[in-house]
Design a protein around this ligand. Sequence first.
Ligand code: UTP
Length: 236
Amino acid sequence: MPTIVLSLGGSILLPDIDRPNIKPYISVLTRISANHRLFVVVGGGGTARQYITLARSFKADEAFSDELGIMVTRLNATLLVGALGKAAYPCVVTSHTEALCAAETGKIVVMGGITPGQTTDAVAAVLAERTGADLFINLTAVDGIYSADPRKDPSAKRFETMTPAELLGVVIGQQAVAGVNTVMDIVAVKMVERCGIPLLVMDGRDPALLESTLETGRFVGTLVTGSGKNPFPLKK
Ligand code: UTP
């Protein structure tokens, strides 16, 4: 079975507590797990940013704010575990080794954040390396990586493929503070460069897209690969 690691942004899964996008994900993830070894790393989204902003107003340091963010990612991850029911390993794992052990059950393994100074994209990138994943997918609210922010610059162009070094060039100027909303965490990109596992950055708002991508190998997004090779079809 191919191994897939998903970085599932909190803002994708739970855009708002009143507007959850969890239900459509349950059936898709459960079906994908029937023929993939599946790991899901859940982000903290807007709720994490709200807590971080509040902590900062009390002059909390950035590492403390990161800890709050981690708690929210684990809260969201716990909600996903509950929603997946028997399809998921029943605990949110808190280390990469624990994730490997949990995968032995054959169930979907769910994680949140683990350590200050990074985001769940970095957790997922290291997990991709530890699990020898065939593909690492970053599910975001944008359909790939653009030359500029497409919400602000209509002339921004989406990259169909790029190398990790080129992606590093895009993210290098990003800030490194708690709750920062960026294309991708620089630690994650460094890990992708190091392990050589292909990364697909795609729109996660409609989980049906994820399922069809894995089924057909056709995708809309940005493929980040050092080898330039298309990872599809994934090995059986
Ligand atoms: P996220 O991974 O959710 O950040 O972590 P994000 O990139 O904003 O993701 P979305 O919005 O969910 O897509 C939220 C915050 O939690 C802390 C950081 O402060 C991060 O910005 N965090 C998370 C850590 O410090 N370490 C971790 O391992 C994970």
